[in-house]
Ligand binder design. Sequence first.
Ligand SMILES: NC(=O)c1ccc[n+]([C@@H]2O[C@H](COP(=O)([O-])OP(=O)(O)OC[C@H]3O[C@@H](n4cnc5c(N)ncnc54)[C@H](OP(=O)(O)O)[C@@H]3O)[C@@H](O)[C@H]2O)c1
Length: 296
Amino acid sequence: MKNLHYTLITGASSGIGKALAKKCASSNMNLILVALPDSGLEAYSQQLKMEYGVQVQTIVLNLADPEASIAIYETSRKENWHVNMLINNVGLGNVGAFEECSYNAIQYQMMLNMNVMVGLTRLFLRQIKESRNGYILNVSSIAGMFPLPYKSIYSATKSFVYSFSRSLYFELENDQVMVSCLCPGPTATNDQVQETNRNLGWKARYFTKSAKEVAEIAIDKMLQRKFLIIPGWENKIMALAGKIVPEAILLRYLGKTFRKNAPSTNKAASMENLPVKESQNQVLSSSPIANKIKSY
Ligand SMILES: NC(=O)c1ccc[n+]([C@@H]2O[C@H](COP(=O)([O-])OP(=O)(O)OC[C@H]3O[C@@H](n4cnc5c(N)ncnc54)[C@H](OP(=O)(O)O)[C@@H]3O)[C@@H](O)[C@H]2O)c1
């Protein structure tokens, strides 16, 4: 019988999201892929359609726009695309002292890492429940398992993802909706992430997985109805260390490690040096968030 349901994946044009899309298509899932304009999403969707014979729809917009979740929901309702699986993958990391991060960059990061996930989950929940075979996969990080100086917003947003997912798992347990939380360690994706991983030395290099490895583990474990998905034994040990090592020791060690990586003031995180392509800057600079407070 033809599969009429869709898997919705945010941030699907590169990195882990792109690899998740391939893994899902190869598992015979129809897809709705979301990313920024000019991200090559259309070409990628054609490639997946040809290769796997599944339906692939695309929605291009800036997910940091407060209206983005509603726009995605309205489009899929209008088009009659029924979602039974939601993969909240989009997210943005950075390294830098909190004081050096611009106000706009912080708002942008919090929007992408938390608000879109909560918004889409709320809007699509009824459809997911009604499918009677529903899945929600939220992408957190090992960095969400402990406080991380010089990555303070990132680790706090990823703790939010974990905590939200855990509670939702409990709430939906009897509704045939499986909620899973993916916590990857270092993964070779965009240039900024790869540079940070290189600077962290041999340990991070040794722990680094490919996006393909992470995506394959994620989808297999999610379908096996596992809540917490940590790819690789090294990362599982890191997560365990976060639970058993006294916080003061952990903070000192991680603080020292990441301080070395924090960019100097003039290179610190700002809207200008977020990892986006030149052609996408116009979309981002017209985002309500970027426009609101320019002078901070
Ligand atoms: N990489 C790691 O080491 C690592 C480790 C742990 C957890 N994670 C988590 O895994 C997830 C994916 O990370 P990644 O490293 O694969 O990221 P990535 O390579 O930077 O890819 C991010 C994806 O999101 C899209 N995107 C970014 N900003 C957007 C916006 N404003 N609106 C719409 N789409 C947007 C990007 O589109 P473009 O292609 O157009 O830029 C891209 O498809 C994130 O939640 C991240 O926190 C990553």
